[in-house]
Design a protein around this ligand. Sequence first.
Ligand code: FAD
Length: 314
Amino acid sequence: MNKIQDLKQIFSQETGLELKTGVSLSEYSSFRIGGPAEYFFEARQLSHLIKAVETARKYRFPFYVIGGGYNLLFDDAGYNGLIIRNLASGLSFSPEKGWLEVHSGTYLGEIINLTISAGLGGLEFLAGIPGTAGGAIYGNAGAFGQAIGDRVVEVVLLGEKGQEIILKKSELHFGYRHSDLKKNHRVILKAYLKVEQDSSAAIKKKVQDYLERRSKKHPPRETACAGSFFKNPVLPDGQKIAAGYLLEQVGAKGMRVGQAAVFPGHCNFIINLGGAIAHDVLSLAAELKERVWKKFGLLLEEEVIYIPATASMI
Ligand SMILES: Cc1cc2nc3c(=O)[nH]c(=O)nc-3n(C[C@H](O)[C@H](O)[C@H](O)COP(=O)(O)OP(=O)(O)OC[C@H]3O[C@@H](n4cnc5c(N)ncnc54)[C@H](O)[C@@H]3O)c2cc1C
């Protein structure tokens, strides 16, 4: 198959849906960095997400599913294949089980709003974390000592043959910014999250407290970045050290490569000053890692996910 000429047509025949071509990925990453995607599709319903993935698989066409793009660094060369942006949102509560069913493209903010209005507590710590449920589960997003994996009961994945695969929390091996989906990247369709009845006022208060605490340590909303760049290293005794502290100790404040710079208010944020390219960010990150390694003998691990143009979930 001649990729450029044929996938658009095949996709439309197979799914009745339209693909876009040559879309700039910088529009779809909070870093505002990335070259063009050969093909791009926005799934607004689970059935469209499934059709897009199945078509790419059927034609052995490289594809990659993203959510809100808040934890990603795209390649300057863009993406050689199909980027599927998952915006399939949906939420429902089962009172008998105390589970919230969440479609993977639902934004965490939407989930928080529903939990406030419906009086469902337990997810307040997610307030202010940008992105979708799928992205959060993939990387076990969290804050203030809690993570979404603590609340996951089951996750529904899209199997190779189009079947639904249900995995229980214990099978996903959630850890600090980790789930086993990072080892075996599969498409998340839905998740069931455990919630508890509480008063809307109490939930709202907790949410506001978390948002206030976040606003003190995070860059302003309009800053182009992808959150904390590195994970906090964990020592053999289980103790975590703040990567931001280590970076400050090695003189990270004020460092920059091209238009990528260390955020002065918190050294674990790499920000795009405007016009940064992925190469700038990667070079700056490599220099930061090198310095921490030399001074502390600790190897920082990236939390932000770099997606090379040739990556694929096929
Ligand atoms: C200002 C700022 C603050 C942040 N604060 C926090 C914080 O406090 N805590 C925290 O944990 N993170 C934080 N982050 C990072 C980010 O918000 C989280 O990692 C979030 O979970 C990313 O979700 P997303 O939908 O944007 O995922 P994306 O960035 O789009 O994707 C991330 C990964 O998830 C995978 N993925 C997404 N959806 C699916 C799916 N349906 N199926 C399979 N794989 C999927 C993608 O393939 C990719 O590998 C912050 C980011 C920013 C910009």
